[in-house]
Design a binder for this molecule. Structure first.
Ligand SMILES: *[C@@H]1O[C@H](CO)[C@@H](O)[C@H](O)[C@H]1NC(C)=O
Ligand SMILES: *[C@@H]1O[C@H](CO)[C@@H](O)[C@H](O)[C@H]1NC(C)=O
Length: 225
């Protein structure tokens, strides 16, 4: 029983290594590809421009182009988007690196007004959704569908790897059980044959002894007669 429990564990380590390394390699291209970030909904609570009739609000990440949100004009109105608008996606996140992004409003006189600036990271997206809220400024829901797909496929691949591991474990257990059974049978048969041989030899020796003893008795009888 000890052998059965010990061998599958030590035998599995190599397939496990292969599976782990393949998992790492398969996750590398995924982490290198850019993830598109789209705006799902936004509500602004404040505008900074007093001269113009409507504010012009834009999203901007350092080193990239400004993305003007053409429809967002009214305070306290919830704007919903579907990710297919001409100005979407807002930006892309390459791999694990965060980006410094923010929401701004054009200002005709002084420098543009800042709603908020923050580090946009993949970790912000839980189930592909990140809610960025700043009191008295805005509440925005950002969507990263690729992030969601990535985590989904990672989950399914880990679960399928898990079942593959289980399959390999099962196959190893079966193979080793069969080997152990064969060994046990060989040992048992060998032991039985050896025991039979020994018994035969013993019987023969006993018989010969009896025979000799019989002779002796006969001799003794003959002598005495
Ligand atoms: C920014 O806009 C210009 C012109 O509209 C375009 O040529 C360029 O590729 C854009 N850059 C980025 C990073 O999107
Ligand atoms: C921000 O918007 C999201 C989605 O519309 C909503 O679930 C959340 O409660 C809002 N947060 C606040 C503080 O208004």
């Amino acid at each position: 029983m000890k052998v059965r429990r010990y061998l599958p564990l030590s035998g599995v380590s190599i397939p496990h290594l292969i599976l782990i390394s393949s998992l790492i390699f398969s996750s590398i291209p995924g982490s290198l590809s850019s993830k598109a970030i789209t705006l799902r909904s936004i509500q602004i609570y404040n505008t900074h421009e007093f001269l113009g009739p409507h504010p012009t609000i834009y999203f901007y990440c350092k080193g990239e182009n400004k993305t003007i949100l053409p429809d967002v004009k009214e305070k306290h109105f919830s704007y919903i988007f579907y990710g297919e608008e001409s100005w979407q996606p807002l930006t892309e996140l390459p791999g694990k690196k965060c980006k410094r992004c923010g929401l701004y409003e054009f200002d005709t006189i002084k420098s543009d007004d800042v709603f908020d600036e923050w580090d946009l990271c993949l970790d912000d997206f839980i189930n592909g959704i990140s809610i960025h809220y700043k009191a008295k400024q805005f509440n925005a829901t950002l969507l990263c569908e690729d992030c969601q797909v990535a985590t989904d496929s990672a989950q399914t691949s880990t679960s399928s790897d898990g079942s593959a591991n289980k399959k390999i474990d099962l196959i190893l257990v079966v193979v080793i059980s069969v080997l152990v059974s064969i060994m046990a049978t060989i040992v048992t048969v060998g032991a039985y044959k050896y025991w039979q041989k020994r018994k035969r030899e013993k019987d023969q020796a006993h018989f010969l002894k009896l025979f000799e003893e019989g002779d002796d008795i006969e001799d003794e009888l003959g002598l005495s007669m």
